[in-house]
Design a protein around this ligand. Structure first.
Ligand SMILES: *Cc1c(COP(=O)(O)O)cnc(C)c1O
Length: 362
């Protein structure tokens, strides 16, 4: 079996630079916040084209902090696409607010803009589009709906760090952008990690307080917050990996392009990226009929696959009571399947994937 993902090559590249810095942190005794965190945040902000970046402990807490910063609480509604990782809706519920599920576009798998306005009412506080599989959602349209109704937009950019939309980077396109540095995400730390981005200085100040229990002075709490800090060791890894990240993105795009060219004439839906966007291909995802047979054939050919996601969030037991019907999400849950794709993936493995897919569908 070839690996679905191998994170070792991208660590080896930074090992010589990163390890002395990590050892220095270990022997310094300065384990919380400090210069390594600030340096990393400055680089992350610069990379995304935002004024403020805050390194946090994971992508889920990043999303929750963003909602806390705009005062989402009991009774409020937040519009989310149903076809996403569970955390997108979970954080809304954690704060006592209600996730309002809408369907996704059948081509990009991102939130259907035409369904957003229909679901807005007096309780709506924010729209939280997800930039799924590495492609940014329709932000201009979403921002203009939000502006018209006085709503916030928070990008769940956990899968799209580095992606572009009309030349601008993911995380810089909305009031607040949130990403994840979970190891398997396009920019991965050596453990859990995440970041919150904004160019609004007032929100940035509040987010900074929320990251440390809503504290604005020592033991002086203006808000309800969390413990959301990222440790300096992870910040070193991220700062060093960021130096190679443009290269990584190009490599991801190159493999995706090769897959697309190889599969274009097969009986399968290949990922479609809008002309004004560049995806970072957090996942390379096909849609196939009779998926279970397809997965089994690939498995026999030594190719692992993964399903993101087998059902919409509105179909999950905990949200079933919402009782909505979102046909595209429901259909995609039965069809999507992701293939191995990562920087440093051996060419031989790429060929094994291509041959296996062609033979499975031939
Ligand atoms: C991974 C992911 C998250 C959560 O990030 P963690 O760092 O794992 O907490 C949230 N939303 C989406 C769309 C994700 O893919």
């Amino acid at each position: 079996m070839i690996p679905y993902l191998n994170l070792a090559p991208s660590y080896k590249r930074i090992q010589k630079e990163a390890e002395p810095q990590i050892l220095h942190i270990l022997s310094s005794g300065q384990y919380i916040l400090g210069k390594p965190v600030e340096d990393c945040e400055a680089k992350l902000a610069e990379f995304t084209g935002t004024k403020h970046a805050l390194a946090v402990s994971n992508g889920t807490i990043a999303l929750m902090m963003a909602l806390q910063a705009i005062d989402v609480g009991p009774g409020d509604e937040v519009i989310v696409p149903s076809f996403s990782f569970f955390a997108t809706a979970e954080v809304v519920s954690t704060l006592g607010a209600i996730p309002i599920f809408v369907d996704v576009d059948s081509k990009t798998y991102n939130i259907r803009v035409d369904q957003i306005a229909e679901r807005i009412n007096k309780k709506t506080k924010a729209i939280m589009p997800v930039s799924l599989y590495g492609q940014i959602a329709d932000m201009d349209e979403i921002n203009s709906i939000a502006e018209k109704h006085g709503l916030y937009v928070i990008e769940d950019a956990a899968q799209s760090f580095g992606a572009t939309y009309k030349g601008k980077r993911s995380c810089s396109l909305t009031h607040i952008g949130c990403t994840s540095f979970f190891p398997a995400k396009p920019l991965g730390a050596a453990g859990d990690g995440g970041a919150v981005f904004t160019s609004d200085s007032t929100l940035a100040k509040k987010l900074d307080a929320i990251r440390v229990h809503g504290q604005t002075g020592r033991y002086y709490h203006e808000y309800i917050g969390v413990n959301g800090r990222l440790d300096p060791i992870q910040c070193v890894v991220l700062k060093e990996k960021l130096k190679y990240y443009d290269e990584d993105i190009r490599e991801r795009q190159k493999i995706a392009k090769y897959y697309n060219e190889s599969f274009r004439h097969l009986d399968v839906v290949i990922p479609e990226v809008a002309a004004d966007r560049e995806s970072v291909f957090a996942q390379y995802t096909l849609a196939v009929d009779r998926r279970e047979q397809f997965i089994e054939k690939l498995q026999k050919a030594g190719v692992p696959t993964s399903v993101h996601y087998p059902m919409g969030m509105h179909e999950q037991p905990v949200y079933k009571h919402t009782n909505v019907s979102l046909p595209i999400t429901e259909a995609l849950g039965k069809k999507v399947v992701s293939l191995p794709l990562y920087p440093g993936m051996p060419e031989g493995d790429i060929e094994i994937v291509v041959t296996a897919v062609k033979s499975a569908l031939g």
